[in-house]
Write a new protein. Structure first.
Length: 465
């Protein structure tokens, strides 16, 4: 038996992230799914947290107010357009709140997603968290006192103080991807504006969002930091470390490497990276559901398979191919068959989470199948580790692999052409493309020129200094 999630509707953020893993497989279905999801967005840019895939309507029971949701729409659309080159999707008329009278082009939906985050910022200039962000259980505006009541629906959905550093990181990443789409559709001024806003957010993250050795997680409704050495429990969280570094925050100035070293030191275990440390040992009303779980389980310091790839991706951003692959292997079913008696779930599937080091059953998988891991793992392996990245202009080749690999070969179908890619790592480095040839001819840089549909392309990349 496994929970399908359809009873309560499908998640807006979950469905947007799932798209990252299948835009290349069935682009026509991905296109349809994007338009359905976008139609559940509200005019102010926020969205129903869940929708029913059959009626395609937003789910009133849960409502809205999860302030990461709008930005995931940009992530999904950007992935689709980079993969397919189909800019026409941006002109599709899409309802707001499933109301035809309110229809606007999809590009306008993305603009509202971007604006929503900008218009909902707190005292430090970080995005307001609303009900919660990716971590549904970090409920900073809920203050639930009644056992059994839903943290997702009780309490106010908004608060003017509680902020999320994680959404800040998302904003930097996806405002930049939005800017690329603006450029591609001749909206140069908007592109500049969005890139400036991303840069400004990056500065805020490196200010009040930085704790000295890692990124803070949030600020609570009283303006106190969450995920800080100042806290008694929950001093460091995984999510902002992965997302901020993927977004490029602190990469040049050194904070990114520091944050990832802190993850390794404080959150790593032999079965994967736990969500936070130290685990919460009592209920904190100002933090919500996350502190209602036993230490080591679920969001309270479990190993969430969904966000382990973010850290692996982040390690490739700073050039650590050995570490990125090590993280990948820790939760990957194919690499952990020898611990099946500990892991206990089906040996070929990811679980929502694996019990963390504070749990008596450390290493045991929970809620197999019901996880957003597959899409991010695919993105991690194909785009960050093997480094074959769909961009608006073509495939970019930028691997970050374990240094002992001599190289690799893969075949990638992209916009109808087939690329046979061979990467030579006889230099045994972790990252750095020295030269690329396409059909025997050297090219400038590492973005492959677009081939026509039906063509076969021979690509050879050499890593080294
Ligand atoms: C939800 C996701 C959420 C994750 C972490 C999952 O159960 O479906 O939307 O991001 O938990 O809280």
């Amino acid at each position: 038996m496994h929970q399908s999630g359809t009873g309560r509707g499908m998640g807006f953020r979950d469905s947007c992230q799932d798209l990252l893993g299948f835009v290349h497989l069935i682009p026509a279905r991905a296109r349809e799914r994007i338009l359905d999801i976008a139609a559940t967005q509200f005019e102010d840019g926020n969205a129903y947290h869940q929708y029913q895939p059959l009626t395609k309507k937003g789910n009133m029971d849960i409502g809205a107010g999860f302030n990461d949701d709008p930005l995931w729409l940009i992530a999904a659309v950007s992935a689709y357009v980079r993969e397919t080159g189909d800019l026409s999707i941006l002109d599709e008329q899409v309802d707001f709140n499933n109301d035809h009278k309110l229809a606007q082009p999809l590009m306008e939906h993305l603009r509202r997603s971007y604006q929503y985050t900008l218009n909902h910022r707190g005292p430090h200039g970080l995005p307001l968290i609303g009900r919660a962000d990716w971590n549904d259980c970090l409920n900073l505006n809920c203050f639930s006192k009644t056992p059994g009541e839903s943290f997702q629906t009780s309490g106010p959905s908004e608060g003017p103080v509680a902020e999320s550093v994680f959404i800040g990181g998302m904003f930097v990443k996806y405002a930049n991807e939005y800017a690329d789409l603006c450029d591609a559709t001749h909206r140069a001024n908007e592109a500049i504006e969005a890139r400036n806003a991303a840069q400004e957010m990056s500065r805020v993250i490196l200010g009040p969002g930085w704790d000295g050795a890692w990124f803070r997680r949030a600020y609570d409704a009283f303006g106190n930091p969450v995920g800080s050495k100042k806290n008694e429990e929950g001093q460091i969280y995984i999510e902002p470390q992965g997302m901020c570094v993927m977004a490029g925050v602190g990469v040049e100035s050194g904070e990114a490497v520091k944050a990832l070293a802190s993850v390794k030191e404080k959150l790593d275990t032999k079965y994967g990276i736990v969500l936070l440390q130290p685990a919460y040992t009592r209920y904190h009303e100002e933090l919500g559901e996350i502190t209602s779980y036993p230490p080591g389980y679920k969001e309270n310091a479990g190993i969430f398979c969904h966000n382990n790839p973010w850290v692996s991706c982040a390690e490739t951003v700073v050039g650590h191919g050995d570490r990125a692959f090590e993280i990948y292997k820790k939760t990957c079913p194919a690499y952990i068959e020898n611990i099946s008696e500990i892991h206990r779930t089906e040996p070929y599937v990811y679980s929502q989470m694996v019990a963390g080091k504070d749990a008596p059953t450390h290493g045991e998988g929970k809620n197999s199948w019901l996880t957003g891991t597959a899409a991010w793992t695919f993105v991690n392996v194909s785009q960050y580790i093997l480094g074959v990245q769909p961009t608006l202009k073509g495939l970019r080749i930028d691997p970050c692999i374990p240094h002992e690999l001599d190289g690799f070969e893969l075949t990638r179908v992209f916009r109808g052409a087939t690329y046979h890619i061979m990467v030579d790592n006889s230099a045994h480095v972790e990252k750095g493309v020295k030269s690329v040839t396409v059909n025997g001819k050297p090219i400038q840089g590492n973005v492959l020129p677009l081939a026509k549909a039906g063509e076969q392309v021979e690509v050879r990349g050499v890593l080294g200094i």
